[in-house]
Write a protein that binds this ligand. Structure first.
Ligand code: ATP
Ligand code: MG
Length: 660
């Protein structure tokens, strides 16, 4: 293994049990092993086939991939289509207008059911409203909404008129909103008076008002109109001529609207990355290739049966999972899905499981952070609900620790469901590495193989693929349909960030390793890899070792500079609630240090382990290790604007004042 590879000890995974699919599941699965063979020969032709099968084109394409302008790809470039037509109208035309598209559940318990035919009318009206406000193909629209039906309608209405949307997470501040509006030069903002969060009405409109104010000496906002959805009924300030009630405008609009047919490479959306490692990047996605891979992955990775499944992806539309696996993927495939406005613990910690029981959810897609939080709360909570409708579970956002994987399958998946651990990024647009349910024997903690049609590798420092059993950097070696087409307005940053580390390879920024079977394990961000006495240690592996101890629910590991060892491992842990009350910090530290030494080796033993009540996370639930590193090195905490809860850092800092 090369000296600098971000890997510790492969033996932690070697005794891993695999979970082959049941015969019954495999027999009914959408994907079969031959999908790999079909894609293996000519992957470009394979994608063309998927694009013809899964997407409806106004003008069929004759060109598949044009890579002459690398690293900006053009897929299906001479075809034309419309994303909203594909997501909605064609299902109505095919006679499925009565099928439920959305089961909406508000946090206070209000509900709304929307069929595909109703969705078509709503989206058409909203598209007419946008046109009446002067929004034309190519104009940008910012969407700043809670997880309500109108968020989906707004995105599709933009797509219908060919206006790229830029969704800004409803929990972001006015500053974050202002910079994203300015960067995209948005003409219209679609927002709400507020939304429900943790049992109360949280205002949104004031943040928009503040974001649109002209700063002293600064430029005026590019925004001409603000459409305001009435969700909570709270008072809002009103700017005459600029602000318009969504319901007034939409109710007055015609239910007929002809979609604007766009070229395959027409921009569909701009979306900023989570900001886990630094300043968010405005990632640009276009239409034809993105939709092809969204539909293909959703169909095969989640094994969707549109007539019978009830699908639920818990992601907010403010991050990429909400784009590809709430809006475009499921709707293109004609799925029936649940969307939920609120938090998992309002009004009680069983809310998600109550919803699974109520809607008989069969496919659930969520993030490891949510699973670990449920582990912390205790399994008797999901135990109170009937979860027998679930037949497939998914995970995304971070590596899922093997212990959390097994808990997820045993407690939520009744010990039988396949689990798909899906690796991808805002930049990749859709899932890239994942088991195929019904085909792959799953390995807890590993995302395993690139999907058929995708070429990903683990390479060493000089870009050469590593041998099985070795670690390195995750790269994508061939262009893929849903790949980003750039960073909005900054081609140089695009080339620099992803294409300069290795020649002709897309560098994802993540460390990974291949096990002895050639399966891929994600090891954490390359930026987070620690160097202790010349050994490269992976955050993910040490965290998984900590989570495998029965008292630990969540763990975050960072390297803090140390005079003797270069870097020392510092761990932050959250205990499971049943152990939290009478845990003695010194005993916990000794127990866990010994456990890591036994699981991985003495070199990985954290120098310090701190028990904390919470970890700093982004709005999409990822641990922000760079902030913990600041704490561990006694520095001022860096940019925390994308943090979900800013008080967490104070809690952790005050805990640090009394060292364990
Ligand atoms: P930024 O790029 O601004 O730092 P971010 O990388 O957190 O933010 P996203 O695009 O939302 O923004 O997240 C993609 C990243 O999430 C991946 O690069 C990887 O680090 C992590 N990730 C996603 N899915 C998985 C998975 N299944 N296993 C391991 N890591 C994952
Ligand atoms: Mg990233």
């Amino acid at each position: 293994m090369p000296q600098d590879t971000p890997s510790t000890a492969p033996e932690t995974h070697e005794d891993v049990a695999t979970f082959p699919p049941s015969e019954a599941f495999a027999a009914q699965a959408n994907a079969h092993a031959d999908l790999y063979d079909r894609a293996a020969g000519d992957s470009t032709a394979f994608w063309a086939e998927q694009a013809r099968e899964l997407v409806t084109w106004k003008t069929p394409f004759t060109e598949t991939l044009d890579w002459s302008g690398a690293p900006v790809a053009r897929w299906f470039a001479d075809g034309t289509l419309n994303a909203a037509y594909n997501a909605v109208d064609r299902h109505v035309l095919a006679g499925n207008g009565d099928r439920v598209a959305l089961h909406f559940e508000g946090e206070p318990g209000d509900t709304r059911t929307v069929t595909y035919a109703e969705l078509q009318r709503e989206v058409s009206r909203a598209a007419n409203v946008l046109s009446s406000l002067g929004v034309e193909a190519g104009d940008r629209v910012v969407v700043y909404l809670p997880m309500i039906v109108e968020a989906v309608v707004a995105m599709l209405a933009c797509a219908r008129v060919g206006a790229p949307h830029s969704v800004v997470f409803g929990g972001f501040s006015s500053d974050a909103l202002r910079s994203r509006i300015a960067d995209a030069e948005a003409k219209v903002v679609i927002t709400a008076d507020g939304g429900y969060r943790r049992g109360s009405a949280a205002a949104l409109k004031p943040a928009v008002d503040a974001a649109l104010e002209t700063p002293e000496g600064g430029p005026a906002s590019p925004v001409q109109h603000v459409l305001v959805v009435r969700r909570t009924g709270q008072d809002v300030a009103w700017t005459e001529g600029r602000d318009i009630w969504w319901h007034d405008a939409v109710e007055a609009a015609d239910v007929q609207h002809t979609p604007v047919w766009v070229e395959a490479e027409h921009p569909l959306f701009i979306l900023y990355t989570s900001g886990t490692t630094g300043k968010p990047k405005g990632i640009l996605h276009t239409t034809g290739g993105y939709l092809t891979q969204a539909a293909y992955t959703h169909l095969n990775v989640f094994d969707l049966k549109p007539e019978t499944d009830v699908y639920w992806c818990t992601a907010d539309v403010g991050w990429v999972t909400g784009h590809t696996y709430v809006v475009y993927g499921p709707l293109l495939n004609g799925a029936t899905q649940v969307i939920y406005e609120g938090t998992p613990d309002t009004p009680h910690q069983g809310r998600w499981w109550e919803l699974v029981e109520k809607y008989e959810v069969s496919i659930l897609y969520t993030a490891p952070t949510a699973i670990r939080t449920c582990m912390k709360w205790g399994e008797e909570i999901p135990g109170r609900f009937d979860l027998s409708s679930l037949r497939l579970l998914g995970s995304v956002g971070e590596s899922i620790n093997p212990e959390a994987w097994k808990w997820y399958r045993r407690v939520i998946g009744s010990g039988t469901t396949p689990i798909v651990d899906t690796w991808w990024q805002t930049e990749t647009g859709a899932i890239m590495i994942s088991p195929l349910p019904g085909v792959t024997a799953a390995k807890p903690g590993s995302a395993q193989r690139p999907l058929p049609g995708i070429a990903a590798e683990v390479v060493d420092d000089s870009g050469v693929p590593v041998a099985d059993g070795a670690g390195g950097y995750l790269v994508v070696t061939e262009p893929w349909p849903a790949m980003l087409r750039g960073i909005w307005g900054d081609l140089e940053r695009f080339k620099d960030t992803y294409w300069s580390r290795f020649r002709h390879l897309y560098f994802a920024g993540d460390g990974a390793k291949k096990d002895d079977d050639g399966d891929i394990w994600l090891l954490g961000r390359v930026d987070d890899v620690m160097n202790v006495s010349g050994h490269r240690l992976s955050t993910t592996e040490i965290e998984s070792a900590l989570v495998s101890h029965e008292i630990v629910a969540e763990a975050a590991v960072v390297g803090a500079s140390d005079e003797t060892t270069g870097q020392a491992v510092v761990a932050f842990v959250i205990l499971r609630s049943e152990f939290a009350a009478d845990a003695d910090p010194a005993t916990v530290q000794e127990q866990l240090r010994a456990h890591v030494a036994q699981q991985i080796g003495p070199i990985a033993k954290p120098r310090k382990i701190l028990v904390v009540p919470e970890l700093p996370k982004t709005r999409s639930g990822k641990i922000m290790r760079r902030l913990l590193r600041d704490v561990a090195e006694h520095r001022t905490v860096g940019d925390a604007t994308t943090l979900a809860d800013s008080s967490v850092m104070d809690l952790i800092a005050s805990g640090l004042a009394t060292p364990a």
